[in-house]
Ligand binder design. Structure first.
Ligand code: ZN
Length: 449
């Protein structure tokens, strides 16, 4: 058994990296701060070079991608994915301290980027660099750090295609996002999805409602009827999308049953009176493994102050569709269009319509039979005293899908940040005790043969 760097050493190292890196306001959503994004990329490239890494800044895909490889002649190589860009932050938005100065208060570190994602990347950087200096780094490491995550990584898939060979190693580690209920977490799947906008017209122009109601069709009412059909439990859009989705296997069901579920906590967090799922299994299934359709915008008629008594000629709805992890988005879009054509044929009131489908993307269900997941699990048990929970995420991380499909090596997706970390909000924070657990896990991951 080797003696790995102590908690105090790891935390000091984390701080010495996080502080200056966070001080560079690499806000990718603000074009005026593009030079700062580059500066943050160069800063971390320089840090890696100072530790004998072979580093290149990959250009041509938006902000530079930093690829830095530390080779200790080990038989195994792990890739660490992360992003150095951050969300905007201004002190007058409710920050209690300068968002770009790492501040320690009440058992937390506070700053923009402290957990999303510089702080989480820094956990792996700190562990790897401390181990390297102590001659205890047991694996080669390739850092792959992008700078456009907060703008949706528009060119990343292309970049991964170009760089696939540099990424094809034993496993890729992704630590972004938040642990489930603050317990060690491994994310096992992400859903795919697409957005759709439907606009219908039933009249040439708005009409006096006193004279024309019940005489000619009002677009919002016709749209309501169409939507009612879309949400029909047997013949609607959802059952159509659900068709052919494979049943959830026993192992996944076991994982879902272990998810912490509390209808009370969801009521508290959302202000809802009714929570539909009744247990962990149905909750996990509805959120992570089945399709969902949500109305995100409804627009029709007069939206200003007071009343304008007119039938509306047009009505519009925007839908967000989520797909089961293994579902083919092209096929799902085809079914959506099929549903729409059917609905339209049954609705003679519609004189004109528009349908737009945007950005279909594929989800991913990570294969569970891989030795690195088992290793990650074992190390979490050693560090935190319990095996991690496996989650099936409702949202998507397109980069995970791209790594899985294009690079095709095992992925270990283990978010390290705490709940209540105010991600994308003022006073973004990282609880020190949770941070220390992450450091301990990372030091074991890279320090044990
Ligand atoms: Zn983010």
């Amino acid at each position: 058994m080797v003696t790995l760097p102590s908690q105090a050493q790891l935390l000091a190292r984390w701080r010495s990296i996080a502080e200056p890196w966070i001080a560079i306001p690499s806000v990718s959503t603000d074009p005026a701060l593009q030079p700062e994004c580059r500066q943050a990329a160069e800063w971390v490239a320089q840090l890696l070079r100072a530790h004998d890494a072979e580093v290149r800044l990959v250009e041509g895909y938006g902000n530079p991608i930093v690829v830095g490889r530390i080779d200790v002649g080990a038989p195994t190589t792990f890739v660490v994915y992360g992003h150095y860009d951050v969300q905007p932050a201004r002190q007058d938005e409710g920050w209690e301290s300068d968002p770009f100065i790492l501040t320690e208060r009440d058992g937390r570190f506070i700053a923009r980027g402290v957990m999303d994602n510089k702080g989480q990347v820094t956990i792996h950087l700190a562990a790897v660099l401390a181990l390297k200096e102590a001659g205890q780094l047991r694996h080669n490491v390739a850092f792959f750090l992008e700078g456009d995550e907060e703008t949706g990584s528009p060119h990343l898939e292309e970049a991964i295609q170009q760089l696939a060979d540099a990424l094809r190693h034993d496993a890729i580690i992704v630590s972004d996002g938040i642990r489930e209920q603050n317990l060690p977490t491994m994310e096992m799947s992400f859903r795919g999805g697409f957005n759709a906008r439907i606009a219908i017209r039933t009249l040439a122009s708005d009409q006096h409602s006193g004279m024309m109601a019940r005489v000619v069709p009002n677009a919002p009412e016709v749209l309501m009827r169409l939507l009612q059909e879309a949400f029909h439990p047997r013949e609607g859009l959802l059952p159509l999308l659900q068709e052919g989705v494979p049943p959830i296997d026993a192992e996944v069901q076991e994982d879902l049953a272990m998810l912490p579920f509390s209808a009370e906590a969801i009521r508290d967090a959302t202000g809802a009176r009714v929570v539909y799922p009744t247990d962990a299994l149905s909750y996990g299934r509805l959120v992570g493994l089945e399709p969902a359709v949500a109305i995100t915008t409804l627009k029709a008629g007069y939206l200003g102050e007071g009343f304008r008594n007119a039938l509306a000629a047009q009505a519009e709805v925007k839908l967000n569709v989520r797909l089961a992890p293994t579902q083919d988005p092209a096929e799902a879009v085809r079914r959506f269009e099929e549903w729409w054509q059917r609905a339209l044929a049954a609705t003679p009131e519609v004189v004109a319509s528009e349908v737009e489908v945007e950005t279909p993307y594929r989800g991913v269900l990570l294969p569970r039979e891989n030795e690195w997941l088992a290793r990650a699990s074992r190390l979490w048990k050693e560090v935190a005293g319990r095996k991690p929970i496996r989650t099936y995420c409702g949202g998507g991380i397109p980069v995970v899908t791209a790594f899985h499909e294009i690079v095709g090596v095992p992925l270990v997706v283990t978010p390290l940040a705490n709940e209540g970390s105010n991600i994308h909000a003022p006073n973004e924070n990282f609880r020190t005790d949770v941070l220390l657990e992450g450091l301990a896990w990372s030091a074991r991951w890279f320090g044990e043969a």
